[in-house]
Write a protein that binds this ligand. Structure first.
Ligand SMILES: [Zn+2]
Length: 176
């Protein structure tokens, strides 16, 4: 019985790894860096950002200074569109304000994204910040701030976080 379950698990795991490999190959083939046009490579995120064990699709010129990438899902698909540093920071800032709707407006994640999709006039299925460019992120920040009224947390806190790329030290300093 236990042996059968193990075999079943192993079969599933082999299938999963095969799918992942297929996805990686597919996306490496079709994706191009939006900044320099170079091919995209699937690689470990170690040395790129702090959370270890994650994988990214990064510009193949990353080592030569093109800082463009997107986090990969566990199944080997990209979790959004490739972004340079500026876009990533805008996405962080957009998330920062949008997330406050859960706290201050008592909205669920689903309700928040429904609200946002309507505000941006895009389908909810396409309403994910990891797919947004800087202009759309700016719009998210604006509509969130307007909706939050005077309730949102102050800009200096956000600027501090953004300047330090959300390092733990900055978080601790800002919280004091
Ligand atoms: Zn590039």
């Amino acid at each position: 019985m236990i042996q059968n379950q193990k075999t079943k698990y192993q079969i599933e795991e082999t299938k999963r790894l095969k799918r992942r490999k297929k996805n990686i190959k597919k996306y490496e083939k079709i994706m191009r860096c939006p900044i320099c046009g170079a091919p995209v490579k699937y690689r470990s995120a170690d040395g790129v950002f702090r959370t270890s064990g994650r994988f990214i699709f990064a510009c193949s010129e990353y080592e030569n200074g093109c800082d463009t990438y997107i986090i990969a899902n566990p199944d080997g698909t990209p979790a959004g569109t490739m972004a340079d540093r500026k876009t990533r920071r805008m996405r962080q800032e957009a998330h920062y304000y949008l997330n406050q709707l859960y706290t201050y407006k008592d909205m669920t994640k689903s309700e928040t994204y429904e609200w946002l999709a309507e505000k941006l006039q895009i389908p909810k299925s396409k309403c994910h910040i990891r797919y947004f460019d800087t202009a759309l992120c700016q719009k998210v920040i604006e509509v969130s701030k307007t909706y939050l009224g005077k309730n949102y947390r102050n800009d200096s806190f956000v600027q501090c976080l953004i300047a330090a790329s959300y390092s733990t030290r900055a978080l601790l300093t800002a919280a004091q």
